[in-house]
Design a protein around this ligand. Structure first.
Ligand code: P1T
Length: 379
């Protein structure tokens, strides 16, 4: 099945009791049983909910996976995934990643005995050097947030396999339309579905998709045992968002390309990070593992100061200054003081996240209007 058909139909069925073509919002906390243990597959809404079941099936299909497990946020998904590991286990993670994921790993899970190494993965050979017998997972985010670096998923899968470790990929920036890590050898895909999958900036949600039954069973167990589950209304919004993912992503890619080229020739811009430039260090990998380059762009100013960045951020009229990304409307953010403020400045700068870096989530408005807005804000 091609992706346009898959996102609309795969994994979902009309409601068997009414024929409703859209999955109803089963706003109930419990399900009546004919007698103890005699039920229709649903007992209590933390454990299962029919709206969530349909969403989980649809999400699994979107990533060509067997099992989808949904959570109340992207971080709740990652938190649950990290519970697969034990004190002393080592996780190798990329050094350019969402600040909240870094905070969860460093400030929460390190205190429970997990060990993390944050390394540059833009050359996959660098990963092998860090593998030890304690390495149990490689955590990849690609494209990375916010420097749009590209990591070679196939190469990481080979390294993980050799090390007897799992490979998990945060696929939030690409979405299942542009990239399918399971097809490239990953064991698990994680999404902040708050972003492109939801697509309308009206829901917070996370999910993990896998085709490994043993991992899925553990994750379903943890989903119920720890309880970071989404509500049925949120699941409904995600089901609706997923149906238009392909058309939205096509426009995000088109607009992203125009804006990246506009920024690159601007006299006040020092550097543009976008994986569709042929001189991007990992363009060749992006071209093979992705179907398009997406709508996430970041850029540095020649005046490399927080003040200069703040001036641009407070001058845009269409681009709204806000955290998050992947919605139909364009957003502008300053990673150093917003999404990545939890990373110490020295570490941030050492990894290339400079003070003036500005991040754009290019929406699906008219590209000319967006360019006009950036022109006046940079001017
Ligand atoms: O916000 P939440 O749904 O919990 O997802 C966390 C998350 C995980 N992974 C990536 C790559 C992300 O970008 C995020 C959330 N990011 C933002 C809120 C942001 O503005 O970058």
């Amino acid at each position: 099945m091609k992706s346009a058909t898959k996102f609309i139909h795969a994994g979902v069925h009309p409601d068997p009791s009414t024929g409703a073509i859209m999955t109803p919002i089963f706003q109930t906390s419990t399900f009546v049983q004919d007698g103890p243990g005699k039920h229709k597959g649903y007992e209590y809404a933390r454990t299962q909910n029919p709206t969530r079941t349909q969403l989980q099936n649809a999400l699994a299909a979107s990533e060509n996976g067997e099992y989808g497990i949904s959570f109340g946020s992207g971080l709740a998904a990652t938190d649950t995934l990290l519970k697969l590991f034990k004190p002393g286990d080592e996780i190798i993670s990329t050094n350019d990643l969402y600040g909240g994921t870094y905070r969860l790993m460093r400030k929460v899970w390190e205190t429970y005995g997990l060990k993390f190494k944050f390394i540059d993965m833009s050359n996959a050979d660098n990963i092998s050097k860090h593998v030890t017998p304690a390495t149990k997972m490689i955590w990849v985010e690609t494209p990375t947030n916010p420097l749009i670096r590209i990591i070679d998923i196939k190469a990481c899968a080979a390294i993980a396999k050799k090390a007897g470790a799992l490979l998990a990929v945060d696929n939030t920036f690409a979405s299942p339309y542009l990239q399918n890590p399971l097809d490239l050898g990953a064991d698990m895909v994680m999404h902040s579905a708050t972003k492109y999958i939801g697509g309308h900036s009206d829901v917070v949600h996370g999910c993990i998709i896998t085709s490994n039954k043993e991992i899925a069973d553990q994750l379903y167990f943890l989903q119920n045992a720890c309880g970071a589950v989404p509500g049925p209304q949120d699941c409904f919004l995600l089901l609706r968002g997923l149906k238009t993912l392909h058309v939205r992503m096509q426009r995000h890619c088109e607009n992203g390309e125009q804006i990246a080229h506009f920024l690159r020739q601007h006299s006040k811009v020092a550097k543009v990070h976008w994986c569709g430039f042929e001189d991007h260090p990992n363009y060749a990998i992006a071209k093979t593992q992705m179907r398009g380059f997406g709508g996430m762009i970041s850029f540095e100013l020649k005046d490399n100061t927080v003040a200069a960045a703040e001036k641009v951020l407070s001058s845009t009229k269409l681009f709204a200054c806000a955290e998050s990304l992947g919605g139909v409307e364009s957003l502008i953010g300053h990673p150093a003081s917003m999404t990545h403020a939890s990373i110490p400045r020295e570490e941030r700068i050492a990894n290339g996240l400079v003070d003036s870096l500005i991040r754009l989530s290019v929406g699906i408005e008219d590209a000319e209007d967006l360019i006009e807005d950036l022109k006046q804000a940079l001017g």
